[in-house]
Design a protein around this ligand. Structure first.
Ligand SMILES: [Zn+2]
Length: 424
């Protein structure tokens, strides 16, 4: 189960050495092998170097990245294994290069976080039962945070790109109504029920859930900055990760599947407290177990940074519904609570065929709505239970987009934290 195999007649294999270990890159692609394969291997080498420099040397001689590039997979994916990863990308190495590197940065960090530093119940596995854990926000989300951190440290991302991607993660969480209902722990625990799992009956998951990848990544960022600012830059989340691996993996008995201890939620707080000398109990209560709004502003300010929410110029006002394209127009799959669509009486399964008599079968919704100001009353033609109706909706303001900017008059303390975090 933990040793994936790719069988193909034309799989290319590259190899490099880093920190005394051998790394192999196996690429199976349905397009011609091209310059991008060399660029991919070069990028992987930088990622490996950066992550190996931060974390304790792992207990293997070789590690294998297996890439499967195919034009006809429905959704890309990556899976972590004990000393390998299996990454599936839709498209060719040319158009999938960026995604391949970003996925690899995440999967390679799993080598420590999940494969060796394991949450309680994630291994040894009984594959006949589901496995519940409250820690996926840490196992997956913090792994995603470190993928971003190492893409920055490896020089594959600029500082601007790093901050832009974090701001995009903030936009994603802030656009989810579920952030007020579901905590990071609860999202982890309930993954079995909604994370890519099919549902025979209708659910309100679109409005009631969040992604533990997304919120976990942001919690990783906030914890890192909090530890840095509370210790005057002497410690960071890096120290917590290393301490966790030492406490819960190294020095155990010799078989991997019985090896070491697993950690529980309380162990993350305790290790954070030990490393930083600060008390993170209320942070965890509010933001990990609870659904309090995340403290972006104060935490980013400690690093001389500011979160700015703006409405992008020319952005279309919002209807407040999630839709799916079908032949006649747009089928509503979820209504955002309290939105224009909600107040106006639109409903799930309604098919919007026209806005103000302009067809929605031939243009994107935003294309049609961007000519209106927020608050405009727009009559929609709707097919409901096979009958055509007119329903008028008052449009909401466009959703915010976010950016993280450097404070122009930051203090030397703030600049110190920022430079330690973002590097030179
Ligand atoms: Zn993962």
């Amino acid at each position: 189960m933990d040793t994936p195999v790719e069988i193909s007649a034309d799989c290319s294999v590259d190899e490099f050495r880093e920190a005394g270990k051998t790394f192999r890159v196996a690429i199976h692609s349905f397009s011609e092998r091209d310059a991008e394969a060399a660029t991919l291997v070069d990028g992987l080498r930088k990622i490996v170097r950066s992550e190996m420099a931060m974390m304790p040397s792992p207990d293997f001689e070789h590690y294998t990245f297996i890439f499967h590039f195919a034009p006809d997979v429905s959704l890309g994916d990556g899976m972590e294994h004990f000393n390998s990863t299996d990454i599936v990308i839709r498209g060719s190495p040319a158009d999938g290069l960026v995604e391949a590197l970003e996925t690899a940065a995440h999967e390679f960090f799993h080598l420590w976080n999940v494969k060796r530093l394991r949450p309680q119940s994630l291994g040894p596995f009984d594959y006949t039962h589901e496995t519940y854990t409250r820690s996926l926000w840490f196992a997956e989300g913090v792994t995603s945070y470190y993928a971003y951190v190492h893409l920055l440290r490896a020089g594959l991302w600029s500082r601007q790109e790093f901050l832009k991607r974090l701001a995009e993660e903030i936009r994603q969480l802030e656009s989810e109504p579920g952030r007020k209902l579901m905590s990071a722990e609860s999202s982890s625990f309930n993954a079995w029920f909604y994370d890519r799992s099919p549902q025979m009956q209708e659910t309100n998951f679109a409005n009631a859930t969040i992604s533990y990848y997304n919120k976990g990544l942001l919690l990783g960022m906030l914890l890192d900055l909090e530890i840095r600012s509370r210790t005057g830059g002497r410690k960071s989340l890096d120290d917590v990760m290393r301490a966790m691996v030492q406490k819960f993996y190294e020095g155990g008995n010799s078989s991997y599947y019985a090896r070491g201890r697993t950690y529980e939620e309380k162990d993350i707080v305790e290790t954070g407290n030990e490393v930083s000398g600060a008390d993170f109990a209320s942070f965890f209560e509010k933001y990990v177990e609870g659904t309090d709004p995340l403290p972006y502003a104060t935490t980013l300010a400690a690093a001389g940074l500011e979160l700015r929410a703006t409405v992008p110029p020319g952005a279309a006002p919002s209807l407040g519904a999630l839709t799916q394209r079908e032949a006649r127009g747009l089928k509503i799959v979820a209504i955002r609570p309290g939105s224009g669509a909600d107040r106006g009486g639109l409903s799930r399964d309604d098919v919007l065929t026209a806005a103000d008599d302009l067809s929605l079968a031939t243009a994107a919704l935003d294309e049609r709505l961007k000519i209106y100001p927020a608050g405009a009353q727009v009559p929609f033609t709707v097919i409901r239970h096979g009958k055509e109706e007119r329903i008028t909706v008052a449009l909401d303001p466009p959703p915010n987009s976010y950016s993280i900017e450097e404070l122009p008059r930051a203090t030397p303390e703030q600049v110190n934290i920022r430079e330690l975090w973002l590097g030179k």
